[in-house]
Structure formats: C-alpha cells, structure tokens
Design a protein around this ligand. Sequence first.
Ligand code: ADP
Ligand code: ASP
Ligand code: MG
Length: 820
Amino acid sequence: MINVLKFGGTSLKNSKTIFSVSKIIQEKCKKNKIAVVLSAPAKITNYLEKLIKIAINKKRYEKKILYIKKKFYKIIKKIYKKNKKFNFFKTKKKIDKEINFIQKNLKSIYILNQCPDNTFAKIISRGEILSTYIMKNILISKKYNVDIINPVKNIITFGKILDSYVNIPLSNKNLKKIKIKKNSIILMPGFIAGDKKKKTVLLGRNGSDYSAAILSACFKAKVCEIWTDVDGILTCDPKIVSNPKIIKKISYQNITELSNLGAKVLHHKTIKPLQKFNIPCHIKNTFNKNKKGTEILDLNKKSKKKYHASVTYIKNICMFLIKIKKKENIKKIQKILIKSIKFQNIFIFSLIHFINQNSIKFYCKKKYKKIIKKIIQKKIFKSKNEFKKYIIIKKKLSIISVIKYKITKQKKLINKIKKSLYNSNIKTFLFNNNISKNSISIILKSKHIKIGIKLIHKIIINKKKIIEIFLLGIGGIGKTLLNQISLEKSNLKKLNITINICLISNSNKILFNENKISIKNWKKDFQKIKKKYEEKDLIKTINKITEKNYYINPVIIDCTSSKKISHQYYNYIKNGFHIVTPNKKFNTRNTNHYKKIRKIAKNKEKNFFYETNVGGGLPIIQTIKNLKNTGDKLISFKGILSGSLSYIFGKLEQGISFSEAIKKAKNKGLTEPDPRDDLSGLDVARKLLIIAREFGYQLELKNIIIKNILPEPINKKISIKKFLKKIEDYNKYFYKKVSSAKINNKKIKFIGKINKNGICSIKISKIHKNDPLYGIKNGENALSFYSKYYHPMPLVIRGYGAGKEVTASGVFSDLLKIVL
Ligand code: ADP
Ligand code: ASP
Ligand code: MG
C-alpha cells in the first residue's frame, strides 16, 4: 500500500526547508512506498498572479520576473553548496526554461491586454513544476529512483478552468497505465490538472491539498499526510490567536465544516475524496516532525467527540441588500437569484428576505461581487438606473464562525459571545445560524476581525476565567494588592482564574504591557520608565490601549484617592471596563451621579464594586445589599467608622493625652499624612453617606451633620508641625470628657449615626457599657445596624477597618467577584 505525502508552500519556502522535506521523504520511503505532492515555494504563486495583473494593466513586468528567477537560483545555489552531487546546471537550465516560458506568455498578455484562463493556469503553476524538479534532482543525487506523474495528462477534471473538480474514475484509469518502477519515489506537482483535452487547469488556490487527496483516492492509499508549518489542526489560526490548542482527532465532517468556513489549513475540496474512500488524513508539521499532529478520520459514532470546538474566519466579504418593488413577487425573485448564483458555483452566506420591508439580503466573498452584480442587474432590474436605486452593497466585512457540537442550541453561550462583542464595542451585523446545528457565523466589520476572533476563542476554547487589571495608584493598597495576587497564584490556578496585569500607573508614570506585566518584576520595570505623563492623559492612553487590544474582563482598580480619576469612571465603563475601588470620591458625588453610574454599569453589564469604601475589608456593603434583598428595613445605625479615630479614642481611655495619642497614631501610619484630614470628620462623613445611600436614603454630603471633634475650628493655615503642637491645648478638654463619661460607666467614641428619620450625623458620643461599640479601640471599626429583623439587639460587624492588608484583601475579593 502506498502513503501519499503533500508538502505545502510553507514547507518549501527556502533551501533549508526544502532540505528538511527531502529528509522526511528519504526517511518515509524506507518504510513504505510513497507518492509525494509538492506545492510551489511560499508566495511564488501570489507573485506570479501579481505579474499577470501587471501585464494585463500594461505595466512593466520584466524586472519583477527577475525576482522569481533570483529566488529559485538562490535556492539551488544553497542546495548545491551543501550537496555537490546535486545537478545544479541541469536544474538551472530548467529554471531558465520556465522563466522564459513565463516571460513569453506575459508578453502576449501585455500586448492583448488580457489573459485567457488556460494561459493564466499555465503561468501560475510554474512554481509547482519547479519545486518538483528541484526535489527530483535532490533525490536523484541521493541515489533514489524518481518517477514524476504529470497531473495535466493524468488527473482529469471538469468545471471551471481555474477551479476544477477531478473526475476520479477517469484519472484512476490514466494513473493505472503509468509504469512506475517498484522502488521509486513518485513525485507530482500539486495545484494543477488537465481537462478532457489534457490542457492545464487549476484546482483552485491552495489546491495542492486536493491534489494529494485525489492521488490518495486513486491509489487507495493507506494514509494521506499533509505536511505544513503548524502542529496540526488547531482550534484557531495561530497567526491570529497566540495559544490555540491542537485537535488530536477530528471527523471528516467536522474538518469539512471548518475548511468551508475558512480554516486555511486544508483546502475545502480535500476531504470529500478521502472520506469517500475512507482514507485517514494526518496533518503534520515539517518543522516538528516527531509531533503526532492531527488525525482526520471517520468518527462515525454519534459522539460529541466528532465535533471539536474551533473558531474560523473569512475576510473580504460583502453584503448585498436588494430592495424589491412592492408589486413584485419577492419569493419568485429570490428563486431566480439563487438559481443563477448557484449556476456560477458561487457560495453565498445566509440568504434572508424581509417580506415586510420587501428586501433580500445576503453575503458573499468580495471576489464574486462583480459577477453577482451582473446577475442581479440582468435578472432582476430592467434598467441601470433602477439597479442603482434599489441595491446597496457594503464592503469591508468579515465572517467569524464558531464550530461546536450543537452550538445552535446553546443559547447561553451564543448570548455570551454576543454580549462580549457588544461590550467590546464591536457591532455585529448578523448572527446567523448556518445550515448545520454545529456552527454559527457572525458578520462584522473587517477592522474588528482580529479582536473578535481572539475574544470568541477565549470564550469557546480557553474557558479560563480571565481578569485583566489596570491598576491606578500604587500606594500602600495598590502595592499590597499586587503582592497578595502574587502570593495567591496557586489558589487562583485551582479556581481556574488567571489575573493578567496589563497596566500600572501612579500620578506621573504608566507601565503597560500588551500581554502582561510580570508580577515579580513590576517594580523594576516601573522604575525603568522615564516618560512622565499627566493625570489628564491617562484616559486617552487607556482608550488607545483598549482600541488596539482585546480583553475579556478588563478592570480598572482605582487605588488612588483622586477626584479626577473617579470622574472618569463613566468613560471606563463605556469602554468595557469593570470598576473596583476603595476610592470614596465617586460614591459621594451628588445623587444624580450616584444613580447614573449604576444605570450605565447595568446597561453595559459591568460591575462597579466598592466594598472597601466603608470599613476596609469588612463585608459592609455586601451585608447591606443582603439585608435589603431579603426585605429588611433599617431603623437606625451607629458605628465607629474611622480606624484612626478608633485608635486615638482608645488611647485616651488608657490615660494617654490627646496630643500624644495623635502622634502615636500618626507614627503607626494610621492617620492621613495630615491628621487634620481625620479630625475634620469628612472621611467618616463620606463613609456614613455611602452607608445611608446603600439603604436608599437620598442624601448629599452636605446633609451629613459633622459636629466638631475639637473644641474649636481646625486651623488649616498653620503647618502640620505647628498644628501638632497646638493640639496640646486640647489635652485637658479631652481628659475631662473621658473622666466624666467614666463616672457613668461610659466611654467617649467618635460615632457616625443614622437616626430613625434618616438624619445622619457624626460626633463624639458617650457610649454605655452595654453598647456593642463600648469596647472598640486599637483601630478597630464596628458597625451596628438596628433593623426590622435585627431588633432590639443590633446586627454588629466588627474588625479592623483600615490598614493596607485588610483593604487590599477587600479589593482582591471584589476583583474575584467579577468571575466567580
Ligand atoms: P501550506 O503552505 O502548508 O499549504 P497554508 O498556509 O496553506 O500551508 O496552511 C497552513 C496555515 O493555515 C497555518 O500556517 C495557519 O496559519 C493557517 N490556519 C488557519 N486556520 C488554522 C487552523 N484551524 N489550524 C491550523 N492552521 C490554521
Ligand atoms: N501554490 C498554490 C497556491 O498558493 C497551491 C498550494 O499551495 O496549495 O495556491
Ligand atoms: Mg495550503
């Protein structure tokens, strides 16, 4: 039994790869009788096609032919350098002969202004003729017997000259007549064949795969091996997606669908003859020959395995929209249209007619645009004017198809694809269910094709839960967050979550990496950046990044306390980002903004998480949401909401003076750099406002009543140092407050309150021994909610509410909520 091997242009692109191919042939022929089909070296066919177009357009082509000549000369020179037994002069003579042939024919094309199809076929297939000749001489130099099959004389076709189909029985008959030596290697140029008159025809671009399949069918080969530059059939084109998976086994049916819907790895006509004669086909990598590759075979059982999920695409699609006059019969016109288009062997996608609007819409490859236009003009419209008025053609479209077992029934998955395309601002023109239940196609603008494919491939194949973070602010919380993410690597892996850090910025530098920033080296990489930026340019930079790249779950983590940055949240959400932040600035803007951001996030299906706005990592916001969702109603609230003030008031109880307590807190990093910011009560007011709003109160920051902590208004004009000195004047005042409370078994605390009328205030209060807030000190927070359900004893949440570790862990947990 014979084995058929086909080597594509990518395997024959230069002397080195041709050498690798010859080695594979020599190894294989030791084990089996082999027949080898060869393509032209990569790009040669395209170049020849270009030359013909140049000649038709009466432009100079002579110099351009030299390029091809030089390319072949270079190949054989290098082969000769390595292998002196290679017949260089004979091969060179053959190259000269073929180049002369091309030149002569181009001359007549130039004169005639046109190129008949059979001349086109002859010129464009010279690459195959030459690579076969070169391979023959390499093998002869190694003392192998070689027989060349002339496909023009033996492989007989029908159909169009440039895209023919093979008559297998007739070709079989011819091949049987050829005398082939017993121990010889058979070589055959791919891509070409002959018509009934034995004149050159083409099997269609990329058609050498089909040549190999035909030869396999005629010889009833044991296997047809397609050698190319990838490890097998992949879940997507590796030129677009960086991490496709190899499909080890695939059914004839599945691969046919894949190549019909655009996967270039196999020519779409290849499978039918192999399937008919049940010949397995292996896809192998010339440059990684020991890899198993993909087996294409008859997986006849009704198993899901028959279908492997994959994503394909076809570029250069155009849309036809034909408006039909009301009085005309749209169904009849549609029938005429289909018949005429089918007659031309043109494949169109999704013909739909809209009876109400009286129009027909369909898609086809751009190369068929002219013919289809002619058909429509001739068959449907009477005059040119009418044609212009009633037809719309849209170009620059592409199709992405998803092949997956019974995908048309997986509505959830289809919706997920739709949503993520929509969220990435990719408009899809049509979501079309193909005839098969195992594939769907999406039409979109060509400029979105790469992002679309990557996005869909991630959803279908890489089911990892991916989060891409854009971290703004690398102070204590930001840095700690990165550290926590890095430490949790293995746990994240178990949860199937991948966190990619895409951007890190502080107030004057941006570190960005399209793939991902190394979590280990980010500090060094950040330091290396010299270019400074202004905060206002951040949004522009991020917009540009998102336009060029694709993300599944991009998240802005705002670890700044910047108002300006928080005012950009709308833009970020519109551009597809989720927002996670401990920054309270947005949630304390006026009620209109408070409502608007929630509405926009809901419409865009993005998360806006801010658990750490109140109580650091303590589960406050989530608890309030849970209470509300279960029908609970707040009666009143009382809480110690500031870690620094909790610490300071705790120290007072121990007999430490007020000024000393502040200094201690400052030295421990518990206060803001300027302790006046804590003592103003504004930060606590913000937290209280956020709590009240979560419960549904419509309040503004100015509605929160702040009773001064200090006995006199804070002087903001003096330096921090002077202020800390000035504070000593208040020691007595606080000492008295603490002592008088103590008499009544009470302690003084700085409290935020919401009373039963919804009035919010913050002030120093005396707290009784029986109150849950009585024992709070050392920087702890405590929040007690008196509600319809939690009454008379309140629901209390208590724990450290400040500090970078707990806050960062709260941000981290918000982040994971996006995918969990
Ligand atoms: P050859 O020159 O060997 O015929 P082609 O360029 O025609 O090679 O086909 C191989 C190419 O097909 C690969 O380099 C790859 O970019 C492309 N391709 C597209 N879709 C797929 C897929 N699903 N699996 C593997 N390769 C694919
Ligand atoms: N050389 C031809 C082409 O580029 C055929 C092939 O490579 O299969 O279309
Ligand atoms: Mg190919």
